[in-house]
Design a protein around this ligand. Structure first.
Ligand SMILES: [Zn+2]
Length: 109
């Protein structure tokens, strides 16, 4: 069952309790995010863990049972996103990968 998260309230709702058609969080009215079926919400008071989760979800990474393990520390998130986006299966063309490597200084012309 897909879980939807409100990143403002640090709450999740299963698709049984909340339907995307209803649009926003019933508690605060902010936009809800599809967090994926394997999403395990951190404790509400664990703001650090929620910040990591929010960063990943906002970047478009949901939580799936067989997904690549997600980082759990904020300092690892940016590098993880960068690394994962580089994988060919993430939909980048060969040309785009070359451009990325040039921009990162890995390749020299
Ligand atoms: Zn909310």
């Amino acid at each position: 069952m897909t879980k939807y998260a409100c990143l403002t309230c640090c709450k999740t709702f299963s698709s049984r309790r909340w339907h995307p058609a209803s649009g926003t969080c019933p508690d605060c009215g902010d936009e809800m995010v599809d967090a994926g079926k394997a999403f395990k919400a951190p404790r509400r008071r664990d703001k650090k863990a929620w910040a990591v989760v929010a960063e990943l979800l906002r970047a478009g990474f949901q939580f799936h049972a067989h997904g690549i393990p997600r980082p759990t520390r904020m300092r690892d998130v940016a590098a993880w996103i960068k690394r994962v986006r580089r994988k060919p299966y993430f939909g980048r063309s060969k040309k785009q990968r070359l451009i990325d490597r040039l921009e990162d200084g890995e390749l020299q012309l």
